[in-house]
Write a protein of this length. Sequence first.
Length: 665
Amino acid sequence: MPEHPAWRDGRSRVAIRNVAPEIDGGRFPAKRVVGEQVEVTADIYTDGHDAVGAVVRYRTADSDEWTETWMQGQLNDRWTGSFTVEELGGHVFTVQAWVDHFGTWRRDLVKRDDAGAVTQLDLAAGAQHIAGFADQTAGRDAKRLRELAEQLSDEDASLTSRIEIALDDELEELARRHDPRRFASTYERELDVRVEREAARFSTWYEFFPRSTGPKGQHGTFQTAQDVLPYVAELGFDTVYLPPIHPIGSAHRKGKDNTLDAGPDDVGSPWAIGSPEGGHTAVHPDLGTIEDFDAFVTAAREHGLEVALDVAIQCAPDHPWVAEHPDWFRTRPDGSIQYAENPPKRYQDIYPLDFESDDWESLWRAVRDVFLFWLDHGVRTFRVDNPHTKAFPFWEWCISQVHGQHPDAIFLSEAFTRPKVMYELAKRGFSQGYTYFTWRVHKWELQEYFTELTSPPVVDHFRPSAWPNTPDILPEHLQYGGRPIHVQRLILAATLCANYGLYGPAFELMESRATMPGKEEYAASEKYELKDWDLAAPASLREVIARINRIRLRHPALQQDRTLRFHPTDNDALLAYTKSQREDLVLVVVNLDPHWKQAGMVHLDVQALGLDPDEGYLVHDEFGAAHYLWRGISNYVELDPHTAPAHVFSIRPHVRTERDFPSFA
């Protein structure tokens, strides 16, 4: 007979198809964090009408021992099972299924018993199954199985008592444990899961430039930057993110607003990395020493903050790598090195690295070692600048290498580019990725985009991070919407996404001046000059930011993205959505119009949310500190962007009257 996997033993009758999560046919791992469940689904079926048994088998990648959890059959032969991942690193799972002859017998016995048609032969058949299980094991279980087989075969006992034995939970548990699973089918692939720490799923980032923390007009240091840490912690952030902190090149240095004629006092762009003073493993001398940086990391940790570093894999013309490894860069026909361009923009102060270099292996190792260097200095989180302009295979190799030594390292991909490219970077190892949230403003596009991000298969490999602004991007709506639009975008970012961040203090101080109409770039950009920010300004959004971050910490529902569900409203200016986590249920309603009051009915899918449509339920606005008694599917909201641009409701079911309201004092 021809050799074919399906014919090696034709008695394996169960088909296993459409297993999930499975990323690109098992080429890439699904993602979870420590303590999360991996919910596995599969189509499992056999010929005829026999019952099927199925398990999820799982193990850590460095173990040969499998653990199993049983799957349950649902409608249309779809089966579900789950397991919890408890360790950082790689995990493996697969699905095994078999014709369950004992289960078939027991199922049919129930039907015969309901019809009063059980015979001695029916019970003898069950005894035969059980005796066969006993032959496959030893010890106490084998003895007990033989006892049960004898009891089922005892024709002197009543049928009723023997049927009770057959249907008892003890027998089912023993049968499950010792069924030899003859002719079992195992899914053709072992699928990978990459497990990271919780901060990969839930994090709150604040970006600022240490060099702008000095006394007015003076270059800041790591020491003056420490003075900002209490402020960042008070706002409720857990990650303080620094733009590149390395020496800045002098050759072709950019002046203010990206001009080509830098003066002697112009500080240049931090992304033009490297000078004779060092490259990617050095710190800018005006910021201090590496010991000063270490002290900054320690101080941040004392305030409950992680330090995230921006790693920009590019070089200024006077970076040491340019002289030491000229073959790592592309040259133009005149022999000069090609500088970075994003037409019509030109970045004469930046040389991209060539990942098609003949010396690519040395280049890969050098870039990997940059991450390892900063990991040795206490950094565990990295934001990577423009990773989509570097080779995909490099990222898969590099992140795997780093995780081999530091499984707690987290990588945020900055890649405002084509969606498939963003997802590819996630598959290759990035823990989180920037999103198009920055430009999604209308109800239909927010719903469409975030439904995509939080639905399989995307949700199993891509963790979105929402940013209302960045040093590179001042979106048009922030230029003209004033305080209401800033608050609206803050709430959307912080509640639609478990991971979000702000570029401050530009955001909370509502900096809105663009270089010119139609451009999405900050005027007098901090990328090219020192800024003097008044963190205590009365008009600051600091209290609003702190409030929304406290809400995020209180609600596990907001610390994950899988349960996001949008709900209809009869006003397209009102966006309504829920998130849930066990007993925690949060409803957010946002007025998308930054200028005018909007009102309408919110129509909740109460059954999907586990609410009784005939009972009242309390909605407590944790953003506006009010509460209301709602009932049924449709309820009225009214939001004024100048006073209350959004509701962030926690929902408490089974409230019937106002006397049932809990105290929120």
